[in-house]
Design a protein around this ligand. Structure first.
Ligand code: PLP
Length: 366
């Protein structure tokens, strides 16, 4: 019996690695690589580390020494929020759980989101204006569930006016749209390799002008004392290789394929979330009215499509999306949403197949 390879449309969960990225990583895995060692292997590891740092830094327009490698985007986000305990914390209501849950724990406040999935700049300004205590603000560049791109440069202007530090979680944006740290006017930025074609285990917090941060992990003096622990050289080098293979032309094509899909789905009674907002080129969040997303996911899985509900806790159980609720969608509508996210290896044919599957399921179940 031949088993059909499922079509992978869950790049926002984790992106597959290109062959050249895997090959580069394998090369490094074959070497003992501790960049703190003084012998030749260590020196070579150090060279790989610093070359990778430079490549990644250049791609987001920062200096190499502003890049602090971490093991995950979650860790980078936590480092950003925990580095300024004397400040109040303000985060958007649609941040990734690594920001949202930590902010909750730290007594942070939440910036409103409008019905189009965009952070309310007036709410940000009002919150900053009403309390003279300096703040750390965290707003993502693009949302992982809806793909909606946030007005970060505008938020940065407001933050500057009130002396707030602005951190931006660009984990989902990197590799899908150009990310320019200086142009965005940021103080801190989080990126993560496995969302953009690298491996799990490498990510970074970018900190403007080496502003002192509080290391989450204490021990060795790695990363200029900003993050202890031996650097994951193979994953970091793979991260740099992935960055060098970003293909924005493919992303633009993908947006066209998804737009065709979205039009067909809307004609058949589906709803596209965030359609009136600037969105990532690879992401569509789709409501099939009256069909619970767990039922949809099961059917798509059986039909050979790997898509997601956009929000799953670690047990794999689907929860109602806090992002969609923050946008004002009723629970019974939000529970019918699925996320389709493509990437470098997604073809027009795959999107067409998914469109037919969606239309077929809708006809069968409603
Ligand atoms: N930030 C966003 C927007 C994400 O989508 C994710 C992962 O889903 C993370 C942060 C966490 O990144 P990591 O998986 O590297 O911890």
């Amino acid at each position: 019996m031949s088993v059909k390879t499922p079509i992978y449309l869950d790049y926002n969960a984790t992106a597959p690695m290109r062959h050249q990225v895997i090959a580069k990583m394998a090369e490094l895995l074959a070497l003992p690589s501790n960049p703190s060692s003084v012998h030749s292997f260590g020196r070579l590891a150090k060279k790989h580390l610093e070359d990778a740092r430079k490549t990644i830094a250049e791609s987001i327009v920062v200096w190499a020494n502003e890049v602090v490698f971490t093991a995950s985007g979650t860790e980078a986000n936590a480092t950003a929020l925990l580095s300024f305990p004397e400040r109040r914390i303000l985060v958007s209501a649609i941040e990734h759980s690594s920001v949202l849950k930590l902010a909750e724990k730290l007594g942070g406040e939440f910036i409103k989101i409008d019905e189009n999935g965009v952070v309310s700049l007036s709410d940000l300004e009002q919150k900053l204006a009403e309390n003279p205590k300096l703040a750390v603000v965290s707003i993502m560049l693009a949302n992982n569930e809806t793909g909606v791109v946030q007005p970060i440069s505008e938020a940065a202007q407001i933050c500057k006016k009130y002396g707030a530090i602005l951190h931006c979680d660009a984990v989902q944006a990197l590799g899908k749209i150009p990310v320019d740290f200086s142009l965005l006017g940021l103080d801190m930025l989080t990126i993560s390799a496995h969302k953009c074609g690298g491996a799990v285990g490498a990510a970074a917090l970018v900190v403007k002008n080496n502003r002192p941060i509080k290391p989450l992990l204490i021990g060795g003096g790695q990363e200029l004392g900003r993050r202890a622990g031996t650097e994951n050289i193979a994953s970091i080098v793979a991260f740099a290789e992935a960055v060098q293979n970003f293909d924005f032309a493919q992303m633009r094509k993908l947006r066209i394929f998804l737009s065709v899909m979205e039009n067909e789905i809307e004609t058949a009674g589906g709803i596209i979330i965030g359609k009136n907002s600037p969105r990532l080129p690879n992401t569509s969040n789709i409501i099939m009215p009256k069909v619970d997303n767990q039922v949809q996911l099961m059917n798509f899985d059986l039909g050979g499509f790997a898509v997601s509900a956009g929000s799953a806790c670690s047990s794999g159980k689907v929860e109602i999306s806090g992002v969609l609720l923050a946008m004002g969608l009723p629970k019974d509508v939000a529970s019918c949403a699925i996320r389709v996210s493509g990437g470098w290896n997604s073809s027009e044919e795959e999107i067409k197949k998914f469109t037919s599957a969606w239309l077929g399921l809708k006809a069968r179940l409603t």
